[in-house]
Ligand binder design. Structure first.
Ligand code: TYD
Length: 136
């Protein structure tokens, strides 16, 4: 899977003096059926999360609060997307190696997933991932 398939999504933003509001809807901003949502929080300074690839799972990652970097790699190229606004999401298709780092204090990462949790869907070794990528 190529990094060119990774997309930055600008989510709807309803500005209001009482406080802003953003939303997402399956089949509209989200290009897959939503099966699962999880969130990562209370990340100690300097920690990284999510260093792996998925065989099937696609996802949207949003910095609901604070900021962090999503580091993406397709086996050939890599890029870093910094998330620091709650109305941006990054769409990550299956078959991309990614991790999250550089979490700010109180960062809250929300991940919307296309599959239920399945440990067998993970590729956790980068060398194995690169081998799978080169086969395609
Ligand atoms: P994992 O995805 O391995 O986190 P990271 O890639 O950041 O190391 O998840 C950590 C643990 O949480 C692992 O034991 C699996 C469990 N987990 C679930 O039970 N359900 C989920 O939806 C997720 C994402 C993780």
């Amino acid at each position: 899977m190529s990094l060119s398939k990774v997309k930055i999504l600008e989510l709807p933003k309803i500005l209001d003096e009482r406080g802003n509001l953003s939303f997402l809807e399956e089949g509209k901003q989200i290009p897959f059926e939503i099966k699962r949502t999880y969130w990562i929080y209370d990340v100690p300074g300097g920690e990284t999360r999510g260093g792996h690839s998925y065989k099937e799972n696609q996802e949207i990652i949003i910095a609901l609060s604070g900021s962090f970097d999503v580091v993406l790699n397709d086996g050939f190229d890599s890029k870093v997307v910094s998330l620091n606004r709650s109305y941006y999401g990054i769409y990550v298709p299956s078959g991309i190696w990614r991790h999250m780092e550089n979490f700010s204090t109180n960062a809250l990462a929300m991940i919307i997933s296309s599959t239920y949790f399945d440990a067998n869907d993970y590729i956790r070794e980068f060398e194995e991932y690169k081998g799978e990528t080169l086969k395609v």
